[in-house]
Design a binder for this molecule. Structure first.
Ligand SMILES: Nc1ncnc2c1ncn2[C@@H]1O[C@H](COP(=O)(O)OP(=O)(O)O)[C@@H](O)[C@H]1O
Ligand SMILES: [Mg+2]
Length: 406
């Protein structure tokens, strides 16, 4: 691993809240100063490292301290304790419109903002057209930004922030304001920055984006780090914890675990022709193929597949044990097919988890979470709502003696 790009060490940030302003002076004096000022720790002893060239996500509920931490990284706020060291040039897109002057035009703000972010005027002049084009604001660039929509603000802010050519880019949730086309452009920029060894710290509520963009993620909870790990793991845990009303058979989410005697090497989705695909149609044949390898003999191993939606709802979870197809003992390599003559999932995106477990299904030899993602396209039957077609048939019967038929 390369040197960390950002090191956050024991950072705590306190805000002082001044209450009861309209209290009488007498009461205030009697109570003393301390009663009037409330201390609030927005960050408590936060530590982690962000590897250089990685995309790092910050997630957590509202008020958990994500923006505060980002501002500390950008040196806009100073923590009470601890330190943050950042290697290289930092550029940030924080709150909506931060760094913009409403009365000035888009053009003037580009220069103002660029200067604040440390880009020399000459450089700005050279990059100006590119900045405006990326934001898609050619027609509006000479209007005062107070007339801009929030999406236009964000596009311009982001465009300036990335064109500063930072070593470290800090981005708060604001990007969610942009439209889909712009989001895609941003994702391409992230990929481009990453491929050039730059570091990105992204605050987001969109778990799919975090999952797709970030390598590692820190989960903040009431100002403290609850978890720092690979993006998938943290997102899974977070989604699981946020949806407390949903029990996901007690499994803890994550990438891969198990004792390792047997492993699922790869998983394929095959269409009716036996071709490996990533999308299938409702109502068509499909096969999930698990290529396995047993490194040592295992008695009565059970293969299991679960299909879940992106938000973690388990749609189905067939096992070879339920199908009464458990071999007495397995060793070596092969594959197991789970074939659906008609795949009845309705259009959407789904994840496949697979496992090899002992006969009690309590001990996993290998458990692979979200090993394969696939899309279901509209087919037959066509139904507009729900996750699966259950094959229900409609029939209508009229009461006898009713004359009117419409
Ligand atoms: N300038 C401030 N003064 C007082 N409290 C603040 C200030 N900024 C943020 N806070 C408080 O600190 C906590 C963390 O806020 P923030 O970092 O914005 O959370 P997040 O971005 O995760 O939603 C919140 O309870 C918020 O009300
Ligand atoms: Mg915030």
């Amino acid at each position: 691993m390369s040197e960390p790009s950002i090191v956050v060490e024991g950072v705590s940030k306190r805000f002082r809240l001044y209450h009861e302003r309209n209290q009488s002076l007498k009461v205030a004096l009697l109570r003393g100063r301390r009663a009037v000022v409330d201390e609030f720790w927005a960050l408590r002893d936060v530590s982690f490292e962000v590897p250089q060239g990685s995309s790092f996500g910050l997630i957590g509920e509202n008020g958990s301290g994500k923006s505060t931490l980002l501002k500390c990284m950008a040196r806009i706020l100073r923590p009470e304790t601890g330190s943050i060291s950042v290697v290289g040039k930092v550029s940030a897109l924080l709150e909506l419109g931060a760094g913009f002057h409403p009365e000035l035009s888009g053009r003037e703000n580009v220069f103002l903002n660029g200067a604040i972010l440390g880009l020399p005027q000459k450089e700005l002049q050279r990059k100006f057209d590119e900045i405006v084009a990326f934001a898609g604001l050619e027609q509006f660039i000479d209007q005062p930004v107070k007339n801009y929509s929030s999406g236009m603000y964000v596009r311009l802010g982001f465009s300036v922030a990335i064109n500063v050519d930072p070593d470290v880019l800090l981005v708060d949730e604001v990007l969610a304001v942009g439209d889909e086309v712009f989001q895609r452009k941003c994702n391409e920029k992230f990929a481009d920055l990453k491929s050039r060894g730059k570091t990105i710290v992204l605050v987001s509520h969109a778990m799919t984006s975090v999952h797709n963009i970030c390598d590692r993620v820190a989960w903040l909870d009431h100002g403290q780090v609850k978890m720092v790990d690979a993006a998938r793991k943290v997102v899974d845990e977070y989604v699981g914890a946020v949806q407390v009303d949903r029990t996901v058979d007690g499994e803890d989410g994550g990438e891969r675990w198990g004792s390792g005697e047997a492993r699922v090497e790869t998983v394929e989705l095959l269409d009716a022709n036996g071709s490996s695909v990533s999308r299938i149609r409702t109502g068509e044949a499909a096969t999930i193929r698990l290529h396995y390898r047993f490194h040592e003999p295992v008695d009565k191993p059970v293969f299991a597949v679960t299909i879940q939606t992106l938000d973690g709802t388990h749609v189905s979870g067939p096992t070879t044990r339920d199908a009464d197809q458990v071999p007495d003992r397995l060793l070596g390599a092969g594959y197991v097919d789970l074939t659906f003559d008609r795949m009845m999932l309705l259009p959407g995106t789904f994840d496949i988890n697979v496992s090899i477990q002992d006969y009690s299904c309590l001990h996993p030899y290998d458990f692979r979470h979200k090993v394969l993602r696939f899309d279901v396209e509209p087919g037959e039957p066509h139904e507009s709502f729900g996750l699966v077609a259950l094959g229900g048939r409609w029939a209508r019967t009229e009461d006898t003696g009713t004359e009117e038929t419409t």
